[in-house]
Design a protein around this ligand. Structure first.
Ligand SMILES: *[C@@H]1O[C@H](CO)[C@@H](O)[C@H](O)[C@H]1NC(C)=O
Ligand SMILES: *[C@@H]1O[C@H](CO)[C@@H](O)[C@H](O)[C@H]1NC(C)=O
Length: 217
């Protein structure tokens, strides 16, 4: 009786260790082929809900119909959108590394849309008072972790088991000592001429990544 209880509690402990990565050894982010996501390669991100979940991430004129562009999702699952890079805080061209779960990254579309002469780097916009939401827009910067760049940092957090599905969260912890910064999921709960990404506490966008073989070769 005692030994079976011990075995039970040991198996719980084992389970806890399995599911919680030891600090300092974060899990690598994996693409839908099961390969590690590389900071020097470009990826398409797409809904893991086939068809009804929509397509890949793209860019659309912001809510005023102008620049900087907002990050949006294609409603058609047939469109994969633009590929993008994920740059960890310690990324440099000499020291590129892999992307890990729950680590702050900058996200940059690998495209130059001729109509907006601005970096295609994701950024949480100031609160849109009229619509009562914090939208994901562009015109952010890569690097310079610190209090002044908080809106530019995002993380991938694994959801579910079996499939390499993640949600994106805005919860910049690695880049700043400041406490009291709110953590939110990134979701698509606002439709106005496009499916717009914004911070949400209820409906995260569930996505997977697919390597862009052209840009990564
Ligand atoms: C839209 O225009 C209004 C008025 O000029 C401005 O206050 C607001 O910040 C703009 N929003 C965006 C997303 O550009
Ligand atoms: C960046 O930092 C993480 C965590 O300390 C480490 O695992 C990774 O190897 C580093 N990457 C580079 C390119 O130095």
């Amino acid at each position: 009786m005692k030994s079976s209880l011990l075995a039970l509690s040991l198996s719980f402990l084992f389970f806890a260790l399995l599911t919680k990565p030891l600090s300092g050894h974060p899990n690598p982010l994996l693409d839908l082929d099961g390969d590690k996501v590389e900071a020097w390669s470009a990826y398409y991100t797409t809904s893991i809900i086939i068809e009804a979940g929509g397509g890949g991430l793209t860019l659309s004129p912001n809510r005023n119909g102008s620049c900087p562009l907002d990050v949006t999702q294609h409603s058609s699952y047939l469109l994969r959108g633009y590929p993008m890079f994920f740059f960890p805080t310690n990324y440099s061209s000499e020291n590129r590394g892999y992307v890990h779960e729950s680590m702050d990254v900058n996200i940059q579309f690998s495209t130059n849309i001729p109509i907006c002469n601005e970096p295609m780097v994701w950024k949480v916009d100031n609160c849109d008072e009229k619509r009562g939401a914090w939208f994901i827009t562009t015109n952010g910067v890569v690097g310079n972790p610190g209090p002044q760049t908080l809106p530019n940092w995002f993380k991938f957090v694994k959801i579910g088991v079996g499939i390499n599905a993640y949600k994106i969260v805005h919860c910049p912890s690695d880049v700043s000592e400041s406490t009291g910064h709110l953590c939110n999921d990134v979701g698509i709960n606002y439709v106005e001429n496009a499916w717009r990404l914004a911070l949400t506490s209820t409906q995260p966008f569930r996505l997977g990544s697919v390597k862009d073989e052209v840009l990564s070769s």
